[in-house]
Write a protein that binds this ligand. Structure first.
Ligand SMILES: [Zn+2]
Length: 58
């Protein structure tokens, strides 16, 4: 599985952001809490890192 790069997005109650559209954690964000754009002080989601590094197979 490869990262489907998109605008950074995150949940308002989380301190991580996602850049892969196909991140399963990002996909779990409730739509009313989801924001996209500048992630500020949030850090990149570990799963997004793994997807980009090719460590996620599905
Ligand atoms: Zn992610």
């Amino acid at each position: 599985m490869s990262c489907q790069q998109t605008t950074p997005y995150y949940s308002v109650d989380s301190d991580v952001y996602h850049t892969c559209r196909n991140c399963t954690l990002g996909d779990n964000i409730e739509s009313d809490k989801r924001r996209s754009g500048e992630p500020g002080r949030r850090h990149l989601c570990q799963r997004c890192k793994d997807i980009k590094a090719g460590r996620v197979t599905r």
